[in-house]
Ligand binder design. Sequence first.
Ligand code: ADP
Ligand code: TRP
Length: 353
Amino acid sequence: MDHTKEKIVVSGMRPTGRLHLGNYFGALRNFVDLQNKYKCYFFVADLHALTTAAENTDDLAANSEQMVIDWLAAGVDPEKCAIFIQSHVPQVSELTTLLGMITPLGWLLRNPTYKEQLNELFRKKYAGQEDKVAAEKMAMLSEAELSEMSSFGFLGYPVLMATDILIHKAAYVPVGQDQTAHMEIARDIARRFNDIYSTDTLFEPKPLFTSVPKVPGLDGRKMSKSYGNTIDLGEDPAAVRKKVMSMFTDPNKQRANDPANPEGCTVYAFHKIYNPDYQKRCEECKAGALGCVACKKHLFELMEKEITEFNKRRAFYESDKALLNKILERGAQQARESAEATLKEVKKVMKLL
Ligand code: ADP
Ligand code: TRP
């Protein structure tokens, strides 16, 4: 890692399944840009995955490994940044305990993501049932029943996330806009710690939002694994082609030469990403100069080369587990050193040392 780069960047992703193009254009591609400018720590947030899936950890290790393979194939460079698994840095768990002592419970209970994720957990529990039925059941649950479904670790999610960031004294944290509330709590915890102990040990980090905040999924909603509307990294080109051909388009366009509105069309959103000439496509679409099928075929042609090359790089890392382990061991070593330094400072300030 280049230690002449002054400012520090930290970010993580939960290994809850395969990454998709929304994750790639919304977050991962930004990691690759940032690694050239800052000292970066990128980690697989396996402890955060446990906050909602502690009862079934069968897929956790495989998901973590697949995530790292995607990162490497996307160009996250282990020579430029530390890539590691969160739980391989035990200092994080220790500092989480300490910062938990100064975090008011109200901050966690008021965290809007807490209720939203609880909702999501509930929805999964009743998967297969109508959303409406699930919503009604949810509304009938008392506070006591709700808190029975949740856990200490789940409520403490923001403290763990704040620790991930503060332990490396990060200046910037590239995240999606859905993480705004968590970032506020991280800043508040840093400030409160510094106030209580009259110190400047912890830095207040700033979120860095990406230029593609919302990639639409096949059905036009936000691409998300919980909606089942994703194109995943590493998918076979033939499967991607099928998905592209099924993408949501302007429902008012009935015939190939009907004029249409490209805004709101998933195919056009992807042209904006893959097609340097997307403005021309916008005009063609509005003028009814091109049918959706031709437009989709063209989009897939633009995607195919990138996908094939990505999959090749993926296969390379997939086939070399020894290299993968070496990268993760080295990344964890770098992260442990940085984390240990902050942890020591914190313990000194708290008079534990
Ligand atoms: P999912 O919604 O599929 O569960 P996550 O919440 O795990 O995805 O997201 C991981 C990262 O990818 C976050 O930084 C998030 O903001 C970003 N991200 C996820 N979906 C999209 C999307 N459709 N468009 C842009 N960014 C996204
Ligand atoms: N909460 C983040 C998400 O769901 C993942 C995460 C955990 C994270 N710790 C972090 C992101 C620290 C940035 C920095 O996407």
